[in-house]
Ligand binder design. Sequence first.
Ligand SMILES: *Cc1c(COP(=O)(O)O)cnc(C)c1O
Length: 401
Amino acid sequence: MTRSSKPDESREFLPFCRPSIDAEDVAAVTATLTSGWITTGARCAELEDGIRARTGAGCAVAVTSGTAAMHLLLAAMGIGPGDEVITPSMTWVSTPNIISLLGATPVFVDVDLETLLVSPETIRAAITPRTKAIIPVHYAGAPCDLNGIRAVAKEAGIPLIEDAAHAIGTRFGDTEIGHSGHAIFSLHPIKNITTGEGGVLVTDDEELGATVRRLRFHGLGAEAWDRNQQGRSPQVEVQSPGFKYNLPDMNATLGVTQLKRLDQFIDRRRQIAEHYLNSLPKGIRPLGIPEWSHRHAWHLFVVRVDEAQAGLDRDAFMAALKELGIGTGIHFRAAHTHHWYRNQEYKAPGGLVNTEWNSDRICSIPLFPDMTDEDVDRVIEGIREVCDAIHPTVNQEPLKA
Ligand SMILES: *Cc1c(COP(=O)(O)O)cnc(C)c1O
């Protein structure tokens, strides 16, 4: 088998991700569009109820993105200049961006070489008297060691905010992520369920929940939607200046129907992931799976392309798959390697060796519930073809002179 130098035009491009939208989703959004109320209202409240029922969280507040959810939580916690916030650099840039925009300093901790998860030990070693929050990431849908991390946070008296953008439906042991403490979910179209754009924060702190709810809508004492009286009462006042992060019903209604299919989505994602785990060639190394008991949400299927073993580097691997009509992504290029952070003061007390090694080698291959078995086989064959082109197998026909 040789690799064609031309794009494979006979087949449709297979993206690395595509949202799964069914007739019920379309009907729900259509009903909201024609209902006479399309901004934040009853559908948003229904989505929040659904997330609370699913996770067991005390409060759920739906907003326009996971980034907005993180912004509101950090703002409500009063994080600002002089404060430090611990987070991995192997995360989406939104978290270090929000920390920086608030005038605080991101303190980057390294991740495990195989799972890309932060550990209680690295977090403990990064804590200083200035540390005001700890933000671990449940990377790719696998949970961090929450028992260990919670113990470190509790001992130091520092709030923990779980970045669960990848982890709606993930369980640590038998407990759903978001059940207690503070967490943010993203409902961006690449995430496990979507509202087009959107996010939800959950917290078991009622007072914090109420503050965040106020801050998502100008800091007003009530929102435009009033359960008893559609329309704003003229008496509502700004309690403290807030933002404009409320999630419209047009979006929220999609989340309500998507949430019903979350387990179905995760089951299909797991099937595909297991097929990949059994079929990928050597040199294309999947992430390690945490040893603690958990339910993986399989948000991403990340492989590491190590040139020494695979014969080509990650960027060449991605380009070769693209030629075959197969999409890939990078989740993530380490935040501290981005232009602004390179020229900025950040802290990384324990070094970022594992983060940097992975940042240069990781690649997300297609994984979404609507992939057919043929799509999955096409990806596996494509990867084998790309690797075989570099390391021809002994069975291959010799090149003719
Ligand atoms: C997607 C993502 C976010 C932000 O979510 P948005 O809804 O896109 O704002 C935050 N953290 C991680 C790890 C993410 O992958």
